[in-house]
Design a protein around this ligand. Structure first.
Ligand code: SF4
Length: 418
């Protein structure tokens, strides 16, 4: 049974990952004052940071009654359960990583001293450390699993989509049960689910002996989002930093390929949208690009421009990518994704980003409402009206997905009516 505790883990955060979290595009060089601050944060952490990681094999692991049971505690995440079931997981590795209390204390000090730039860079470096510790712990688990004929699944954490962050205290309780009191004295979970220090992460990595099922389903292979480039066990290339959207595609460019007339109505022509027709018309012209392929599938790219609700209302931009199946199938949503637009830095000023960048970005990246459903389902999709400009809350992210899908629905309806 695997157990590891490390109070001197590697914190050599890759520059590319740090830059990504700072919101810089890959090709941009950090220069001037920003360069000074980013180096300063790294150096400060190297000198003063006290990171640690802990991982252990579960003692008891079962999936029953629609819940995952680990060492006597019940977790009700449907996404985690689905992942573990698909891969026929037989056990879990429980992991806690932390950038340490020192960084949190220093950040608070900087904030009170009214040094927002230093605060920002140190906070982001803290997030980068947490990501790095999680990646490197995952790499250690992968090496151990390979030597035991097993495979490690992508990690999952409370606060990710479909795992209520309120279960975080329970997970911490299970991980630290009778273990390493010195380490765990440095970490607590508040009732709200927040961790203190906040630059920390709890995670469950599933273990499977069915390597064949991992190979068949790329969702079960963690390598795609693992930045440990020298790994000798890698199964698929690292894709996290890649930009799947065609950022060169000009907005407001609707391809003129005609849609073949068909007798089956694919879209409700009398749709009752939640957004006014004028707004839909403008957005479909200014923000949406539709690309019709010869096989009948469609790729849609929507640019969202907004501002953060706090932190001086910084502008932010996100790109939404939606792939639709053929018209005669009812335009099923085959793929959908949302991510900061190339070059956007505004998203790094959102409160939840400053608090825990990993949680927020994973939630944004993985939320795929209505995936697999026909586009018409947007008209009956129940969601609360949350027009906040930022992406901090699930309700505001859903609200934006609603706007995007309604705009696509509207644009395609207009094309069909022509
Ligand atoms: S690349 Fe894949 S196998 Fe290697 S450490 Fe990362 S997740 Fe594990």
């Amino acid at each position: 049974m695997l157990e590891l505790a490390d109070t001197f883990p590697d914190v050599n955060v890759q520059s590319a990952e740090y830059k990504r979290l700072l919101g810089y595009p890959t090709e941009r060089v950090i220069e001037g004052r920003a360069r000074e601050l980013s180096d300063w944060a790294r150096n400060w952490y190297t000198e003063h940071g006290r990171p640690w990681v802990y991982a252990r094999h579960s003692n008891d692991f079962q999936i029953r009654n629609d819940a995952v049971h680990i060492d006597g505690a019940l977790f009700s995440s449907t996404r985690l359960q689905g992942l573990l079931q698909q891969a026929q997981a037989h056990a879990a590795i429980l992991v806690a990583v932390s950038a340490g209390q020192e960084l949190e204390h220093e950040s608070q000090k900087l904030w009170h001293e009214e040094k927002p730039d230093e605060y920002f860079f140190l906070e982001v470096f803290g997030s980068a450390v947490v990501e790095h510790l999680t990646t490197m712990t995952g790499a250690r688990l992968c090496a151990w699993a390979e030597s035991h004929g097993q495979g490690v699944l992508p990690h999952y954490s409370p606060g990710y989509p479909e795992w209520d962050v309120a279960e975080q205290p329970r997970l911490l309780q299970v991980i630290k049960h009778r273990r390493n009191p010195i380490l765990f004295d440095r970490l607590e979970a508040l009732e709200t689910g927040m961790l203190r220090p906040k630059k920390s992460l709890l995670a469950v990595f599933g273990l499977t002996r069915h390597l064949q099922s991992m190979r068949k389903l790329t969702d079960l292979v963690p390598c795609e989002s693992c930045s440990f480039l020298p790994c000798q066990y890698r199964r698929v290339p690292y894709q996290r930093a890649s930009v799947p959207l065609d950022s060169e595609m000009p907005a407001a460019q609707v391809a003129s390929i005609p849609i073949p007339a068909a007798s089956i109505p694919a879209l409700n022509k009398f749709a009752n949208y939640s957004v006014g027709m004028k707004a839909l018309q403008r957005w479909s012209q200014e923000r949406l690009a539709l690309n019709h392929h010869a096989d009948g599938t469609i790729e849609a790219v929507f640019r969202y421009d907004g501002t953060t609700c706090t932190n001086m209302g910084r502008s932010l931009a996100f790109d939404y990518f939606v792939k639709l199946g053929r018209r005669e199938q009812g335009y099923p949503i085959q793929d959908q994704r949302c991510q900061p637009a190339p070059g956007d830095t505004g998203h790094t000023y959102m409160c939840r980003y400053m608090n825990n960048a990993e949680h927020l970005m994973v939630a944004i990246e993985r939320e795929r409402p209505l995936l697999g459903q026909p586009l018409n389902d947007i008209l009956s999709w129940q969601r609360t009206n949350d027009p906040a400009g930022c992406y901090c809350e699930p309700s505001s992210r859903k609200h934006k997905w609603g706007l995007v899908l309604e705009t696509i629905h509207y644009a395609l309806s207009q094309q069909e009516n022509r």
